[in-house]
Design a protein around this ligand. Structure first.
Ligand SMILES: [Zn+2]
Ligand SMILES: [Zn+2]
Length: 245
């Protein structure tokens, strides 16, 4: 036993000497083989700020107070019946999403998916009756550039933990739209209108679908995806995101 751990330690030291890896946010050397991309301290610091919010769109309210229907949902109900974010798009949670999407640190998707599931699993009726997970798709050109779809990777982790099958290509993005971040509220809604189609109607028909995306800003992407799924026969559409801006 002692010999094994001795050689394991030598092996680990050699690995650190030849392939040192550092935490991508604080720069600390990752000594523990289970630490990947972010160190344990940084992971601990990711705060999932869950505060009172709208029970439908899941928009968090600033400050204290009770959850209640927000002004926007009171005027027009979104196509999804419920949306929840695991946390707010700020600090290390934001940094992690950016590292995943733009620096392509793909294993972070599993970390974020696990956090989202842990933070939301207590809300039992949100999960009740969900038949399948549908990740918000990327246009094939964008997917090719990135090498993966972050929402699909996050969805796979959530599916694994919640025991819900993930269906790829249930939705397809047929228009390569400009990034939503460059647009205001009204432009965002127009930008995504007609950008998604249901690719596998037989799979979603009569089903309760959980859409998964990385970031929620105005809800126009999720709204448009949910609208298409409902139009093609999904019984109910709910949505989960890692963070809301
Ligand atoms: Zn760190
Ligand atoms: Zn609302």
């Amino acid at each position: 036993m002692a010999r094994t751990s001795f050689f394991a330690r030598i092996g680990r030291l050699a690995e650190l000497a030849f392939f040192p890896s550092f935490c991508k946010t604080c720069g600390r050397l990752l000594e523990n083989p289970r630490e990947r991309i972010l160190c344990a301290d940084c992971l601990d610091q990711i705060r999932l700020h869950r505060s009172p919010g709208c029970p439908v769109c899941g928009r968090f309210f600033d400050g204290a107070g009770e959850s209640h229907l927000c002004g926007s949902c009171a005027v027009s109900v979104p196509s999804f019946s419920r949306h929840r974010s695991a946390g707010r798009y700020r600090d290390l949670l934001k940094d992690s999403i950016l590292l995943l999407k733009y620096r392509k640190f793909r294993p972070l998707a599993a970390v974020l998916g696990r956090m989202a599931h842990e933070s939301l699993r207590g809300e039992e009726d949100f999960w009740l009756g969900v038949d399948l997970i549908v990740p918000v798709p990327l246009h094939k050109k964008r997917r090719r550039e990135r090498g993966f779809n972050q929402s699909e990777e996050i969805g796979r982790e959530i599916g694994k933990r919640a025991h819900i099958p993930v269906v790829r290509n249930a939705l397809r993005k047929i228009r390569n739209t400009p990034p939503q971040t460059s647009l205001d509220h009204r432009e965002r809604a127009n930008n995504v209108r007609g950008a998604y189609v249901v690719g596998r109607k037989n799979v979603i028909e009569g089903k309760v679908v959980l859409l998964v995306d990385d970031v929620y800003t105005t809800g126009s992407t999720l709204g448009e995806c949910a609208r298409m799924l409902r139009r093609e026969g999904a019984a109910d559409v709910r949505a989960v995101t890692i963070a809301q801006a």
